[in-house]
Ligand binder design. Structure first.
Ligand SMILES: NC(=O)c1ccc[n+]([C@@H]2O[C@H](COP(=O)([O-])OP(=O)(O)OC[C@H]3O[C@@H](n4cnc5c(N)ncnc54)[C@H](OP(=O)(O)O)[C@@H]3O)[C@@H](O)[C@H]2O)c1
Length: 330
């Protein structure tokens, strides 16, 4: 049975999710693709940390253990921040590895360069998990672009903000209390700044922009507003008029063909597709020339939704026969 050797960079919520799914679905993946997928190396920051037991993989805190292993076909990246993630993935591409990332902070800025580099090296880049977690928006837009043209993308791209707005509206909670609730439920980061000030949604919008329009607007030209200034009374007043606040990231081409984008809370009525999206879900409306309007809704984060998006990227790469596996006998 041919075997694909994988490394996972980062073994927190997402990296562990990828590992678990690859183990749990090992037989199914084997049956459907003809390949076994073996995780041989896991990069972490702190090797001494207590972790779930793994079989067949070695933990390391030295990226060279991954990059110098000629067996590795594919690198999953689930660490936090622009660097060293970008450098690690560039080096992995240079070594001829396919890469799959969940790192939106890194990919919003360096995605175009990684894609160019990967094309030059004839390897693939999976980035479904960078945007809206388990919602297959990247694959959907990619498929649509084959015979259609995207005119506008609008979405709730940050589940934490949406959860907080829902709590404030339904229970009259203050922003602070709703945020605490989100943290207690494991929806918000320990440092939730980027979630509630709009930066996280902005980054995902920029990733979608590159994909759908082949370019990003100048980042300084995009107004980015969070939900941290809203008070529960604002939401309750809106409800009286049958309106709801949603934190919406929006990008479109104006009549002159210039990209326009905004990120911030907007008031919407009950005929809008985002009106009924409550809790931690993400939702994205894609408007195209031929299809019209399509809305995708689903979990935007979490171990299994995000991990499964990365494994789906892997299966896609395998099915394109882009991997050159090492033949093993078993
Ligand atoms: N959580 C989600 O639901 C979600 C959804 C979509 C996308 N993402 C993105 O996925 C990535 C991972 O998120 P997460 O929630 O899994 O984070 P996390 O739980 O904090 O895990 C991060 C992992 O990366 C490792 N790490 C951090 N810096 C490193 C470095 N310099 N070198 C090697 N390893 C390093 C950490 O090692 P130690 O374990 O030793 O500390 C840890 O295992 C982030 O970019 C995030 O934005 C997350």
């Amino acid at each position: 049975m041919p075997s694909i050797k994988a490394a996972i960079l980062g073994f927190g919520t997402v990296g562990e999710g990828v590992y678990r799914i690859l183990q749990e679905k090992r037989e199914e993946i084997k049956k459907s693709t003809g390949f076994t997928v073996d995780v041989v190396s896991i990069l972490v920051k702190d090797k001494a940390k207590n972790r779930m037991p793994v079989t067949g993989a070695k933990f390391t805190d030295d990226i060279q253990d991954v990059l110098n292993n000629p067996e590795i076909d594919i690198v999953f990246e689930a660490i936090v921040g622009e660097e060293p993630a970008y450098t690690y993935l560039s080096d992995a591409i240079e070594k001829g590895c396919h890469i799959i990332t969940a790192n939106k902070m890194m990919f919003a800025k360096h995605g175009p360069a990684l894609l160019k580099h990967a094309e030059f090296r004839n390897v693939k880049v999976g980035f479904e998990a960078t945007t809206a977690g388990g919602v297959p928006i990247i694959r959907t837009v990619t498929n649509l672009l084959a015979g259609d043209r995207v005119k506008r993308i609008q979405g709730i791209l940050n589940g934490t903000s949406n959860f907080i707005l829902t709590k404030m509206r339904e229970e009259g909670s203050s922003f602070e209390l709703a945020l605490k609730d989100a943290q207690q439920n494991g929806y918000a980061e320990a440092d939730p700044t980027d979630d509630v000030n709009g930066t996280d949604a902005f980054r995902k919008l920029m990733i979608l922009s590159s994909l759908a329009f082949g370019q990003q607007p100048d980042w300084e030209d995009v107004p980015v507003v969070g939900i941290d200034h809203l008070e529960s009374n604002d939401l309750l007043d809106a409800s009286k008029d049958d309106l709801r606040y949603r934190h919406v990231a929006d990008i479109w081409k104006d009549e002159k063909g210039k990209l326009q984008a905004t990120v911030g809370p907007v008031l919407i009525g009950d005929s809008h597709p985002l009106f009924g999206i409550d809790g931690v879900d993400n939702a994205i409306i894609v408007n195209t020339e031929y299809l019209g309007s399509l809305t995708l809704i689903g979990p935007g984060a979490g171990m299994y939704p995000t991990g499964s998006a990365m494994v789906a990227d892997l299966l896609h790469i395998i099915r394109q026969h882009e991997l050159k596996p090492v033949m093993v006998t078993n």
